[in-house]
Design a protein around this ligand. Structure first.
Ligand code: FAD
Length: 448
């Protein structure tokens, strides 16, 4: 069966325009990320803790930061966000927000410890899709779910919001994933893929692992069940129809079933890691060094002075369906913004347009680059492209070398087990970063 998908009905690739004129432009620049950070910081303390679970719906998410697309691309860094919140709030008032930022770092680190998981998940996606296509009822369910035409009104609203804005509140993501898996009986793998290509913040680690968490595959036998009462309670009364039946909430699964693990034991095993060295250990004498930036790390904090700088174009998010145009544009503009800033902030020659792998090889040869450095790209589409790029560069005598940010080097090694174990280290992480001193360890342990 041909499983090449086209944008549109049945592809799980509906676009914002299918929903009329509403459009929500999210500006992809560091200055916009900093502006949002500054604007949100007064609300990042106790107010965040008290209201973060409320999903007020499309365009009304001022109780949470909406910073995830900026953090995901490192237009602003985790460290900057933590520093900002702890400059404005006491450690105890800020603990919930701080903890959420570390959830991101936990998922990133956890996936790094399982180097085979992401490639295998990606490889299986075609098979996941084909097996749903083979069953006409399930395929119909998949098609209707991905265009928001199920008989569950809140679910359809979440699909609309996701496709038109590239964002969903955390609670809506949890409900969505739970309904997808336990009510619609669709594979978590395809749900995670649908999210990844439609979320501006789509992230291989946070997304894939949160879906596995909802499905009960991360913490053994711990599934997440979305209930009608919780959806109503936390959706700030926007589902005004008083009748659960007409909203389709009566159809929600009332129990969860354990999901079959389709990944191999090898993909779930810890793989030995040699963390890349910090930049200070890597620079050779008298070599022509260049910088390659990628969409995974658009910070311009560069620990050396490159003679020339280029960027790898943004990666497709999925092997089975196209990336949402909003997402594609956001990632491309974020890279452009960084190249512009690098041109202003450094004396290097900066190539203005992001390039394909082939163009990068040609550029590196032309510039007589001997060593091409890039900030370490964690598990995900960019890492896979860099793995393909390395031998092509090597064939021209050019070394592609990753350097690692201190933050990742500090946190990720502690993320191989549960969040509980890593969470205990948060006060130490903050103290190493000289950010907070008295965040008590037992306040860092509650759930997702
Ligand atoms: C099924 C599912 C899929 C998800 N997919 C993604 C994804 O692809 N990319 C992504 O960044 N997050 C993902 N999350 C986590 C979380 O929903 C988003 O990070 C958060 O909703 C972003 O909104 P915000 O910036 O307003 O968050 P805030 O509540 O303001 O939190 C501040 C920052 O902390 C981080 N953060 C907050 N909550 C979490 C969390 N539970 N897990 C990891 N990091 C968190 C984000 O970087 C966020 O920007 C997913 C969660 C679920 C349940």
């Amino acid at each position: 069966m041909d499983i090449q998908l086209q944008q549109g009905y049945g592809s799980g690739g509906s676009s914002a325009s299918d929903y009329g004129d509403e459009s929500f432009e999210v500006i992809a620049s560091r200055s916009e990320g900093l502006r949002k950070l500054e604007e949100f910081m007064p609300r990042a303390g106790r107010a965040y803790q008290a209201t973060r679970n409320l999903d007020h719906g499309l365009g009304k998410h001022s109780n949470v930061s909406n910073l995830s697309p900026y953090i995901r691309h490192r237009l602003i860094t985790e460290e900057e966000v933590l520093a900002a919140v702890l400059a404005e709030h006491s450690e105890s008032d800020a603990f919930k927000f701080v903890q959420e930022v570390f959830w991101r770092s936990y998922w990133k680190g956890w996936l790094e410890h399982r180097g085979m998981l992401w490639p295998e998940y990606q490889q299986n996606l075609s098979w996941n899709l084909t097996s749903v296509q083979k069953d006409p009822r399930r395929w119909k369910t998949y098609e209707l779910a991905t265009i928001g035409k199920t008989d569950i009104t809140p679910f359809n609203d979440w699909v609309k919001e996701l496709l038109t804005t590239g964002y969903l509140h955390n609670h809506a993501r949890m409900w969505f994933a739970s309904v997808w898996i336990f009510t619609l009986h669709l594979p978590w793998e395809l749900g995670a893929d649908f999210f990844l290509r439609n979320l501006l913040d789509g992230d291989a680690a946070s997304n894939t692992l949160a879906w596995r968490w909802v499905a009960g595959l991360h913490t053994k036998n711990k599934t997440y069940l979305a209930t009608a009462s919780n959806i109503r309670k936390c959706s700030s009364e926007r589902f005004t129809d008083p009748c659960d039946h007409s909203l389709g909430l009566k159809r929600l699964a009332t129990t969860t079933q354990p999901q079959q693990e389709n990944l191999s034991p090898g993909a779930l095993q810890n793989t030995p890691i040699e963390w890349p060295k910090p930049m200070s250990c890597l620079l050779g004498e008298n070599t022509v060094s260049a910088l390659l930036v990628t969409e995974d790390d658009l910070s311009t904090q560069i620990p050396f002075q490159p003679s020339t700088i280029a960027a790898l174009s943004a990666s497709p998010r999925s092997p089975i369906a196209p990336t949402n145009e909003l997402v594609r544009q956001f990632s491309a503009s974020a890279i452009e913004d960084t190249l512009q800033r690098l041109a202003e902030e450094t004396s290097a020659h900066v190539v203005e347009q992001a390039m394909s792998e082939e163009e990068i090889v040609a550029w590196a040869v032309e510039q007589k680059v001997e060593q091409l450095f890039h900030p370490y790209a964690p598990s995900g589409p960019t890492q896979m492209r860099l793995r393909n790029l390395a031998p092509k560069l090597a064939a021209k005598g050019i070394r592609l070398t990753a350097f690692m940010r201190d933050y990742d080097r500090l946190v990720w090694p502690h993320a191989s087990k549960g969040f509980f174990q890593m969470g205990k280290q948060i006060p130490n992480f903050l103290s190493v970063m000289e950010l907070g001193q008295n965040l008590s360890a037992d306040r860092t342990l509650s759930g997702l």
